[in-house]
Design a protein around this ligand. Structure first.
Ligand code: HAM
Length: 429
């Protein structure tokens, strides 16, 4: 027997029994985005590699080690998108969506990072994201945070903690970088190999290190907040005031620097302590300089993205359930040569009520096995089209979920009959 081909490590099938809860999260997010006036954008899964290198930054984990990059048949260097912001900005510039106008957008879809798979960390994972363009004030930062807070409430997810920081302007960050490099260089013997490598390429990321041996050094390090430019400091203070007034609790985390280079001013993460080391369920911030950096005119921007798998695991742990849609009616075709009449009958029922879910027992089998399948489908009732019924234009109605004698009725009277069946009407309303 041929060897079975399995899915790629870190890339998962979402099975039929799991898809209802995925659909629930997607539809809740879609409704939320629409509540706040965000319109959907769908970007390609593949972009030119250069887009991600220029956007996320050359010396970042994502670009250095995690991208699925390949050369296509034309010899172009392409990459499976590791995140959504880069493609969204590219699309906005390309289609003039942010030229002299405000734009609020959302997206949903798979992202790809060649990370070491573990619980909450996958090589294909799904993000729900929102990006807002053309608004420079802290009010839009607050709106994005309020949106996410509302989603947690609607989904019933408890215990998420909001962490905030300001990275300042690019210039302020460059100044801070020099101060930090000086400090870290003075303690170079305490830096682990990864941090030594980052010392000159991306020293702010040293602050993000989880290595316990470096925590004392990091906590003594000069703080970015002491180097903030006045404008960023004011922006941050205004944001905090907006959040206080809106009743959103937060913690300021001076070590929150984020792993992507495009951020400036506000950055934030929603973190859970129930997910082990992969506790960040949502992350974002401002990236006012990115559009110009990619060749567009300067446009202020901010956004976030959340990892669906991480949110879903919290939802499932909290007992959120979503059940698969079962058919209302299961049509059993008990006789040879009755397929076309059966299919036509099912079509006429779907014409009658578009919300009605009718499953037809295709490709026959014995009457007994068809009735077993009808029962397994969880339908409320079975319609049985046998040879006698077909000849007389009748149909047998059998209730699958309650005791009631089966009835034979005329096919032309079927919809009137169904109008008075509780199981159907309740589910349709
Ligand atoms: P990020 O922090 O790289 O930011 O990813 C956002 C979220 O995606 C994470 O907080 C996490 O929930 C989820 N995530 C990331 N990597 C994985 C993985 N390997 N497996 C499972 N989940 C993962 C961004 O992607 C930015 N584009 C966010 C943003 C939008 N900033 C502004 N606009």
């Amino acid at each position: 027997m041929a060897k079975l081909i399995q899915a790629i490590r870190g890339m998962h099938d979402i099975l039929p029994q799991d898809s209802p809860v995925w659909q629930l999260l997607e539809s809740d997010f879609r409704d939320l985005a629409h509540q706040y006036g965000y319109a959907e954008i769908r970007m390609p899964l593949v972009e030119k590699t250069e887009l991600f290198v220029r956007t996320i930054g050359e010396i970042t984990d994502i670009v250095e080690k995690e991208m699925y990059t390949f050369e296509d048949l034309n010899g172009d260097q392409l990459t499976l998108r590791p995140e959504g912001t880069a493609g969204c900005v590219r699309a906005c510039i390309e289609h003039g969506l942010i030229h002299n106008q405000v734009q609020r957008l959302w997206y949903c879809g798979p992202m790809f990072r060649h990370e070491r798979p573990q619980k909450g960390r996958y090589r294909q994972f799904f993000q729900l994201g929102a990006e807002a363009y053309g608004m420079a004030g802290p009010d839009i930062d607050a709106e994005l945070i309020l949106m996410t807070a509302r989603l947690w409430k609607e989904l019933g997810i408890q215990g998420l903690q909001l962490q905030l920081n300001s990275l300042g302007s690019l210039e302020a960050r460059a100044r801070y970088r020099d101060i930090l490099v000086e400090y870290m260089t003075a303690h170079i013997e305490q830096l682990d190999a990864d941090s030594q490598r980052r010392l000159h390429s991306n020293p702010l990321r040293i602050l993000d290190s989880k290595n316990p041996a470096m925590q004392a050094l990091i906590s003594e390090a000069p703080q970015l907040s002491d180097s903030l430019d006045d404008e960023s400091a004011l922006h941050f203070a205004d944001l905090l005031e907006l959040l206080d007034k809106a009743g959103v609790a937060y913690t300021i985390n001076p070590r929150l620097v984020r792993g992507l280079d495009y951020y400036e001013k506000t950055v934030f993460e929603w973190v859970s302590d129930r997910l082990g080391s992969q506790g960040t369920v949502c992350a974002g911030g401002r990236y006012d300089g990115l559009i110009q950096h990619l060749g567009g005119r300067p446009v202020p921007a901010a956004g976030f993205a959340m990892g669906m798998e991480r949110l879903l695991s919290l939802m499932v742990e909290d007992g959120v359930q979503a059940t698969a849609l079962s058919p209302h009616i299961y049509l059993v075709i008990a006789g040879d040569g009755l397929a076309s009449q059966g299919l036509a009958l099912a079509e006429s029922l779907r014409d009658w009520r578009s919300e009605l879910r009718v499953m037809v027992s295709c490709s026959g089998g014995s009457f007994k096995s068809q009735m077993k399948r009808a029962d397994k489908s969880h339908a409320a009732l079975a319609l049985i089209l046998g040879e006698d019924e077909a000849q007389c234009g009748n149909i047998v109605v059998k209730f699958l979920r309650r005791e009631k004698p089966q009835e034979t009725i005329s096919q032309t009277a079927l919809t009137d009959y169904l109008e008075n069946i509780d199981e159907i009407q309740r589910k349709l309303s």
